[in-house]
Design a protein around this ligand. Structure first.
Ligand SMILES: [Zn+2]
Ligand SMILES: [Zn+2]
Length: 75
């Protein structure tokens, strides 16, 4: 099974809650992959929001599709 390449419902999420709000801590995921990811709803401090420039650059890096690395069907 190929990894998710969804172009719908994309958002930029934090890879690590305490990893800051730089592009190195940003990952573009569709809503399904975000729900399926292990970082979903971990209690703790809410990470800072990304600024618009970082969101735009992350989307460009991801070529406007889901960056989910799972090839085993996380959803
Ligand atoms: Zn996805
Ligand atoms: Zn996925």
């Amino acid at each position: 099974m190929l990894r998710c390449t969804s172009k719908r419902d994309l958002q930029v999420y934090h890879i690590r809650k305490n990893g800051g709000n730089g592009i190195g801590n940003a990952v573009v995921l569709c809503s399904k992959c975000h729900v399926a990811s292990s970082s979903y709803d971990i209690p703790g401090e809410k990470p800072p929001d990304f600024d618009q420039e970082t969101i735009k650059n992350a989307m460009i890096r991801a070529t406007y599709q889901c960056e989910c690395k799972s090839s085993r069907g996380c959803h």
